[in-house]
Design a protein around this ligand. Structure first.
Ligand code: FUB
Length: 319
């Protein structure tokens, strides 16, 4: 009996002394960037000389065909070639008011804190947007409010519109004013307070041709760009403006259909003077598709007038 007890105690001590699942490092070999698990809805951030990609973890086992996304993942790289996957930083159920579904998200830094805007399922109330906060870009993140930032009721759509409050993107303008854009079928935006966890004014609408979802705001020079998933299956379209609040002028298609995947969800970043288009497709053989997606990266180029050249999706990626 004494021996069994001491074995149990030794086992427990061993378990506790084991480090949390180790980081995984890999070298990019082209597209898809991550080939050992399914990753979707990339939100990307450049911070302190590194690129961070935050992605949903598609886990739907074939032959089932639906979204099964319980957690988000984070990857970092100092050169976009050698990548590290860190411990799982956030799960949908880390928001006590959410029942699951880790849909699209974006992280942004303000005053050395990292704010992660996410889509989740609000228990019996449709999709909602939450915000988590951390002191490090790789977490640990925790719910910053204890309640949803955007609920289905706030956008005043009919009860049938249970999916319109998804896909947050956040941008801090040059004067320090932060904006949250989001939406499905209808694109919305609102100002955020400096604390980044409360709205600062009314919710407004932006009307864009064939808007489906996945807005992403970026700026280059004095042009603001609002790219978004358009139609279904999705292409990525975009509009430009001289002000973050519009008016937005539609400029056409930025990316074509992503092969066998209905969605395309993009993030756009500048890193070391070059621009990158980060998106997902369904290219992992043989089970890849609309519900087992894979993050990819290709280069993004501009025309002299500031418009963006159409993305050339490649297997080789950016090297
Ligand atoms: O991953 C679930 C949903 O699919 C996202 O929220 C949309 O952007 C689409 O990619």
């Amino acid at each position: 009996m004494k021996q069994i007890y001491s074995l149990l105690v030794t086992g427990l001590l061993l378990l506790l002394s084991f480090p949390a699942k180790a980081d995984t490092t890999f070298v990019a070999r082209g597209n898809p960037l991550i080939d050992y698990k399914y990753t979707a809805d990339p939100g990307a951030m450049v911070y302190d000389g590194k690129v961070y990609i935050y992605a949903g973890h598609d886990e739907c086992p074939p032959p089932k065909e639906h979204y099964l996304i319980n957690e988000w993942l984070v990857f970092s790289s100092p050169d976009m070639k050698t990548w590290t996957e860190h411990a799982v930083p956030l799960k949908a159920k880390d928001f006590s008011w959410a029942s699951g579904e880790a849909w699209a998200s974006q992280v942004i830094e303000r005053d050395d804190k990292f704010y992660w805007y996410v889509t989740v399922e609000h228990k019996n109330r449709g999709k909602a947007i939450g915000v988590a906060v951390a002191d490090s870009p790789i977490g640990p993140f925790k719910d910053a409010r204890g309640s949803a930032l955007i609920t289905n009721e706030m956008t005043g759509q009919t009860p049938k519109m249970m999916w319109d409050d998804i896909d947050p993107t956040v941008y801090i303008d040059d004067n320090g004013q932060a904006y949250l854009y989001w939406g499905n079928v209808q694109c919305y935006y609102a100002k955020l307070k400096e604390n980044m966890i409360e709205l600062d004014g009314p919710i407004r609408k932006v009307d864009l041709p064939a808007f489906t979802e996945a807005p992403w705001i970026h700026k280059r020079g004095d042009w603001y760009y609002l790219s978004y998933a358009s139609g279904f299956p999705e292409k990525i379209g975009y509009a430009m403006s001289k002000s973050i609040e519009g008016p937005w002028e539609y400029k056409g298609i930025l990316n074509e259909l992503a092969g066998n995947c209905n969605t395309n969800h993009q993030a756009i970043i500048e890193f070391n003077g070059d621009w990158y288009f980060i998106y997902h497709n369904g290219a992992i053989n043989t089970a890849g598709g609309s519900f087992r997606r894979s993050v990819c990266i290709d280069r993004l180029y501009y025309n002299p007038d500031g418009t963006m050249k159409r993305i050339q999706m490649t297997s080789e990626g950016i090297f």
